[in-house]
Design a protein around this ligand. Structure first.
Ligand SMILES: Nc1ncnc2c1ncn2[C@@H]1O[C@H](COP(=O)(O)OP(=O)(O)OP(=O)(O)O)[C@@H](O)[C@H]1O
Length: 274
């Protein structure tokens, strides 16, 4: 993966505001009056224990899950936004992507260009350039001819991210982007996302289970617990041993670092869940 000078993303990042977002599955409420404000070019990582509502929050922001409240991108509500406009504005890399059979990795990433092309039109030079650039940055060039369904879990995860980046979005929504990646690839992917937001102003809203990565890459953290944002702010203010104990039932030490805090889990003689 190189430092890449070409702009992958579109015309700069957008502000994302989530106001009073409430969502449910049937009668079970899983998000309760969530409020978030992600500045253009900002990176907010949503953290929280299993089942706290992180994925549902991302899918609600995308308009994939019915909800009360509002999501605005640069002041424009995403509900009712035409599909094509939404696809040019927001790109999403899901936690558990379903990849098609019989489609090469190159063609799969090229699908990300769909919102920028006329219906059924062949890819233009610019489309091919963006796809080639994104694939090179994610070390996928060599895999272009392989069927995407045959890639390893981590390779597929990078292909899904590449497709999202090929959309040249203003806002990138990443659900557990490092879940299937080894440590080196996890750092490469997050470094790339960080570089894109610094160079091109891409706005990022992600979930991240790895709290050390969240603490060092995101500039804001939102801690979700039982569907509510219980803490929001700079990583060093949100990631505290007390918060990890009370919301995760975890025993851990928070170690300050030059790029943000890292979390060191501590084995103890017994565990108590708060
Ligand atoms: N399709 C569904 N039908 C019913 N309940 C659901 C459905 N999807 C999610 N839930 C429930 O909603 C709650 C929030 O789920 P969600 O996937 O948003 O949490 P999460 O914080 O992303 O979890 P994890 O960290 O385990 O990925 C959980 O209790 C989950 O069981």
């Amino acid at each position: 993966m190189d430092g890449g000078a070409a702009a992958v993303t579109g015309p700069g990042g957008a502000r994302v505001e989530v106001v009073g977002l409430t969502a449910a599955y049937g009668r079970t409420r899983v998000l309760d009056n969530v409020r978030l404000d992600v500045a253009p070019g900002g990176w907010t990582a949503v953290i929280g224990p299993n089942g706290s509502g992180k994925s549902t929050l991302l899918r609600s922001v995308l308009g994939f899950h019915p909800h009360a409240g509002q999501v605005r991108v640069d002041g424009v509500p995403t509900t009712g936004m035409p599909r094509r406009e939404r696809a040019r504005t927001l790109a999403y890399a899901p936690q558990r992507p379903v990849v098609p059979e019989g489609v090469t990795t190159g063609d799969y990433v090229t699908l990300g260009r769909t919102p920028h092309r006329a219906l059924l039109a062949a890819p233009r030079t610019v489309d091919r350039q963006v796809v080639a650039d994104v694939m090179a940055r994610l070390e996928l060039t060599e895999l272009a001819g392989r069927f995407v369904a045959t890639l390893s879990g981590g390779e597929q995860q990078r292909a899904v991210l590449a497709r999202a980046l090929a959309q040249q979005p203003r806002v990138l929504l990443l659900d557990e982007p490092t879940a299937a990646l080894d440590l080196g690839h996890a750092q490469q992917v997050l470094d790339l996302v960080d570089r894109l937001r610094r160079q091109d102003g891409l706005t990022v809203l992600s979930t991240l289970h790895d709290l050390s990565l969240a603490g060092q890459y995101a500039d804001r953290l939102a801690l979700l617990s039982q569907g509510q944002v219980v803490a929001e702010g700079r990583p060093a203010d949100v990631l505290t041993a007390e918060a990890l104990q009370s919301h995760y039932g975890a025993r851990a030490e928070v170690v300050p670092g030059p790029h943000g805090p890292a979390v060191l889990p501590l084995r103890g003689p017994e565990r108590h869940r708060a």
